[in-house]
Design a protein around this ligand. Structure first.
Ligand code: MN
Length: 378
């Protein structure tokens, strides 16, 4: 290093050299603010409405509804930071730079305090609704799975109830009538969503169920609702690719857009141990990431969540990193759609822009028409 002029203490230590400094976005992830992938932090509703981002990350740091191991309240912060690449990332799988195509922001967290289940759900509902009303696609970082009840309800209300379907990755069906008498436990959100009319059972598809819960009477209820599910056993027999293909076509039957709910415990606990109710025998991380790319590449996405990451039970951040990538793969798949000329943001029906480009799939406005595959199968 070239030595510079001596400082006041008489030593030429080089500390006055003209070093380059870097934007927040380009700094290493462990420096500065813990926004998701160091994206712009835009927590205020008015600022979101003005900026009109395509996608907004939302934290739901809430775990008052868990049935077993707690800790998912620490999930959002851990997921946000669980990456080592910053700046304009390059998706090798989809061959594009998602943050150059999409405007993605971090809208901050729901206003959660501990030990108050009802209030927590109310705050998640309000925060997700506020973000969705800006037109941005919310990606909600949980939190235990109970937050999907308020989160998907907010999306259903913004989009029109019963027009969204849900594709739900999980070891567990989460359709219990109650958890020890509690209607809002994390084993119940999918039941509440169907009972309330937010989502129709026939537009509800589950992937990855296994283990020893729930009992047969719950599956009888699910069948009566017209729900469809794909057990891990089916994936073992037919392969993830064929099952995901079926889930995609089922999800598109009758729904305008999809809410994707990913419980990280769908991954085998050997690859994602940091979760509250681990169930051996799950998906490979790579199978889940590919499934997310393919689903978001083919189905209009209304919102998604990634839940049940419990950092106190994690090892070497492996679970938080998987959850970070689940969100990032969805973002990259949305970027492929936008590059092809689609509107990714939600343009409410009846608005002047709605007829222009909100229907999803009208790739008329050019796009770069590269050889990007819509389903990201690569
Ligand atoms: Mn689960």
């Amino acid at each position: 290093m070239a030595l510079s002029r001596p400082g006041p203490l008489g030593r030429a230590n080089g500390w006055d050299l003209p070093y380059e400094t870097f934007d927040e976005f380009d700094l290493p992830v462990y420096v500065g603010m813990p926004a998701y992938s160091k994206l712009p932090y835009v927590p205020e509703a008015a600022a979101l409405r003005d900026r009109k981002p395509d996608v907004a990350i939302v934290g739901a740091p809430f775990d008052d509804a868990v049935s077993h191991r707690p800790g998912a309240r620490f999930g959002p912060r851990a997921i946000r930071a669980a990456t080592y690449t910053t700046g304009s990332l390059h998706s090798l799988q989809l061959d594009l730079e998602p943050f150059e195509v999409l405007d993605v922001v971090d809208a901050g967290d729901a206003n959660i305090v501990p030990a108050w289940l009802d209030r927590g759900h109310a705050m998640v509902y309000r925060k997700v609704r506020e973000v969705a009303e800006s037109g941005a696609i919310p990606i909600v970082l949980g939190g235990d799975h109970s937050i999907t009840w308020p989160s998907a309800t907010a999306i259903a209300e913004v989009r029109d109830p019963a027009t969204i379907g849900i594709v739900h990755f999980d070891a567990h069906a989460d359709t219990a009538p109650n958890d020890w008498g509690v209607l809002a436990g994390h084993g119940t959100p999918m039941r509440r969503l169907i009972e309330s009319g937010a989502v129709q059972g026939r537009n509800f598809v589950q992937v990855g169920l296994r283990g020893y819960w729930p009992g047969p009477e719950v599956f009888a209820w699910m069948q009566a609702q017209g729900m469809r599910w794909h057990l891990m056993r089916e994936i073992e027999e037919r392969g993830a690719e064929a099952v995901i293909d079926d889930a995609i076509s089922e999800a598109l039957e009758g729904a305008d857009a999809i809410y994707l709910s990913v419980d990280i415990d769908v991954i085998d606990p050997g690859m994602a141990p940091g979760t509250g109710t681990p169930e051996p025998g799950g998906l490979l991380t790579r199978e889940l990431l590919r499934a997310v790319r393919r689903i978001v590449g083919r189905v209009p996405l209304a919102a998604m969540d990634v839940v049940e990451v419990s950092p106190p039970f994690d090892h070497a951040e492996v679970t938080a990193m998987a959850a970070h990538r689940v969100a990032l793969e969805a973002i990259s798949a949305l970027a492929v759609r936008k590059r092809a000329g689609e509107t990714v943001r939600h343009v409410p029906r009846g608005s002047s822009a709605a007829t222009a480009s909100s229907s999803g799939g009208s790739a008329t406005s050019g796009g770069s028409a590269t050889n990007a595959t819509r389903d990201g199968a690569s």
